[in-house]
Structure formats: structure tokens, C-alpha cells
Design a protein around this ligand. Structure first.
Ligand code: NAP
Length: 347
């Protein structure tokens, strides 16, 4: 089977995903009978590529690394806008990897709608569309008889959506509680070790895991988008990040952290979803946890999610030391699940 892809967004995750495809090319052919071709790549400022046949992925990676641009690739180089590129592509599947827009989820929502409407399957690691437009995208997916997966939107490649879908059939999700923003957790850990908060924030940027705008992390917006995405999918919350009762870690001082430590406690930025009379209540708040709490030992960039179920009690999933490889793996695993669904004829 040949599966042809269009990649919209070709930054850290997009490039790592292509490296993963190259590393697994022989395995995919041998074990899965699957040949993956990339026909199109769209970026914001590095130029775009559109072709009727497979792009040379080694050449693409080399160009981006050496020149920071795709424009010198050859006649496949184009200035066509991403929406037109999607609509004009022969690809079977579009991978959406543009940055989070915390105000609207756009233009990623439109990219995904265009692909689904054109009959393409879609994978994204961008939480915006799931946080702002999950219902609409799910309904469009069903109406078009295609597939839409998004494991990488929360906790990188750690299975959350796929875990619930695949391994907890019949369980109802009664609530969610998680430490979902690595940057905030890293900063709180560093402050507990004596560092100044601004210094810790600068360190997360230097290490490359903070959002370009640190307020997305520090003011709880990233965690709000993630808990909204989780609640929309797992609890049918039908809401957006604007509805989250949100407070980030900005106001926490070193003195607060020291006082907590003297009481044997730690601050964690906790995102939660719980049913209430109006539907689902979403919160992001710094909270003090003691040694009996599952998030107490969660230092540094680790994250965790407790899934509260009716039949299986609480299940806590922990991710330690996340890296971009895990997000690329989320896209890769979604792709394999879509291929499995295509082959079995299921939606
Ligand atoms: N990095 C991670 O570990 C991680 C983990 C989980 C989820 N995610 C999510 O995955 C997505 C991608 O992350 P990333 O780290 O790869 O981001 P990134 O490095 O900033 O790359 C984003 C890519 O999207 C392109 N882009 C931006 N706006 C666009 C537009 N309107 N049309 C077409 N292309 C556009 C950018 O173009 P230029 O190249 O021209 O700038 C760039 O190629 C984000 O939504 C992020 O939240 C990332």
C-alpha cells in the first residue's frame, strides 16, 4: 500500500516526523507493507513544496538545515497558500503541525476542514483545533467517511486518547486531573531548588521547550488548551479554552515555595475537568500537593494525567523527560492506526 502525505507546518515536529519516516522506511515496507510518500510541504516563511510524486526527504531535510528554506528544492517549490496547496494535492492524508493559536485555533482548523472536505485523512499534534472545534471536526470526519487522529496534542506521544479508546471500552470518564504543562512544572521545580522564577523561565526558553511566548505556559493557557481538548474528546464538554477558570504560576514567589516545602508540600499547576450542573467545569490552578498525591514526585519537565473512570477507578499516566521525538512518534502511531482502520474498512 502507498500512502501519500501532505505536511502543513514543517518545524521541530514536522522535521522530526520526516526523520522518523526515513528511519522506519525499511521496517514499514517489511512489517506493514507500507510505502509512505510525502507529496507536499507547507510552511509560513520557508516556502512550500507541491509535487505529483514523492519528494526526496533527505534533500528536504538537508535544505532546511543548510539554508533554512525549501525554495531551492527545484520546480516543486511554490508560493501557493496552504489552503490551496491542501485542496490541490493528491495526498491521501494531511498532517497539521502549525503552532497553537490560543485565541481561535486558526488557521489550523481551516487547514483540517479543507483536508477532511477533500476526502483526506488528518493527523494533528496542534491542540488548537481540538480545543476550539472538536465537535465540528469530528462531525465532518464522520460525514466524509475519513479518519482524524490527534494523539500528540496532549502529553506528546504518551497514549491518552488512544489509551481510552483502545483499552478502556465501556468505561465512562468521570473526571480528569493533570500536570500538563512541562514548562510550568520545570519552573516550579527550579524555584523549589532556589532559582529565581525569571531565570528559570529564561532557562526553559534556552533549552527550547517553552512556547515562544512564555505567557502561554506561565499564565496557564497551554494547560487550559490541553484540558479543554481532553474534556471535549473524553467528556463531551463542547467548550473552548476561554471557559477555563484559569490561573498560572506567575504569582508564585520563592517564599511561597519555601514555605510549602517547610510543610512537606510542593506547588503543581493542576488542570482539571469535572462534571457539574452546567456540563463540565474546567480549571487550571496552582495547587499544593503532599507526598500522598500522585503528582508530588513529578519534578522537572515530566507531566501526568489521572483519568477518573466509573469502572476502573483512577488511572494515572506519567510521561518523564518529553522530547520532540515523542511528539513525532504520536503522529507516526496515529498514522499506523489510520492504516489499520483503512485496511479493516472501519471508520
Ligand atoms: N515541539 C513539541 O515537542 C510539541 C509537543 C506537542 C505538541 N506540539 C505541537 O505541534 C505543533 C508543531 O510544533 P513545532 O514545535 O513543530 O512548531 P514550530 O517548530 O514552531 O513549527 C511550526 C511550523 O508551522 C509553520 N507555520 C506557521 N504558521 C503557518 C501557516 N499559517 N501555514 C503553514 N505553515 C505555518 C511554520 O513555518 P515556518 O517554518 O516558516 O516558521 C513551521 O514550519 C504545534 O501546534 C505544537 O503545539 C509540539
Amino acid at each position: 500500500m502507498i500512502l501519500r502525505l501532505a505536511l502543513v507546518g514543517f518545524g521541530n515536529v514536522g522535521q522530526e516526523f520526516v526523520r522518523l519516516l526515513l528511519a522506519k522506511r525499511e521496517w514499514l515496507l517489511r512489517k506493514k507493507g507500507l510505502d509512505i510518500e510525502v507529496l507536499a510541504i507547507a510552511t509560513k516563511s520557508k516556502g512550500s513544496l507541491a509535487s505529483r510524486s514523492a519528494l526526496d526527504l533527505d534533500k528536504v531535510l538537508d535544505l532546511v538545515k543548510r539554508e533554512g528554506s525549501l525554495r531551492a528544492y527545484g520546480p516543486e517549490s511554490t508560493n501557493v497558500a496552504p489552503l490551496k496547496l491542501i485542496e490541490g494535492s493528491d495526498a491521501d492524508l494531511m498532517v497539521e503541525l502549525t503552532p497553537l493559536n490560543i485565541d481561535t485555533g486558526q488557521p489550523a482548523i481551516d487547514h483540517i476542514k479543507a483536508a477532511l472536505s477533500s476526502g483526506m485523512d488528518v493527523i494533528t499534534a496542534n491542540k488548537g483545533p481540538i480545543a476550539f472545534a472538536y465537535d465540528e471536526l469530528r462531525d465532518l470526519t464522520r460525514a466524509r467517511g475519513v479518519h482524524f487522529r490527534f494523539e500528540g496534542t496532549v502529553m506528546d506521544g504518551t497514549p491518552i486518547f488512544n489509551l481510552v479508546e483502545r483499552t478502556l471500552p465501556g468505561c465512562e470518564i468521570m473526571g480528569l486531573e493533570g500536570v500538563l504543562n512541562s514548562t510550568s512544572n520545570f519552573v516550579l521545580t527550579e524555584v523549589a531548588m532556589g532559582k529565581d522564577m525569571m531565570e528559570a523561565i529564561r532557562e526553559t526558553q534556552a533549552k527550547g521547550f517553552a512556547e515562544a511566548d512564555p505567557s502561554l505556559d506561565i499564565d496557564g493557557w497551554d494547560a487550559a488548551a490541553k484540558i479543554t481538548a481532553l474534556a471535549n474528546v473524553l467528556m463531551d464538554a463542547r467548550t473552548t479554552p476561554k471557559a477555563v477558570d484559569r490561573k498560572g504560576i506567575r504569582g508564585i514567589t520563592r517564599e511561597d515555595v519555601t514555605r510549602a516545602a517547610s510543610q512537606g508540600k510542593k506547588y503543581r499547576l493542576i488542570a482539571s475537568a469535572s462534571p457539574d450542573s452546567n456540563g463540565v467545569r474546567l480549571q487550571v490552578q496552582p495547587r499544593l500537593v503532599g507526598p500522598d498525591h500522585p503528582f508530588f514526585c513529578l519534578d522537572g519537565t515530566s507531566s501526568a494525567l489521572t483519568i477518573r473512570t466509573d469502572l476502573m477507578g483512577d488511572i494515572t499516566v506519567v510521561e518523564t523527560g518529553p522530547a520532540v521525538t515523542q511528539t513525532a512518534y504520536a503522529v507516526f502511531s496515529d498514522l499506523l492506526l489510520i492504516v489499520e482502520a483503512i485496511r479493516s474498512g472501519s471508520i
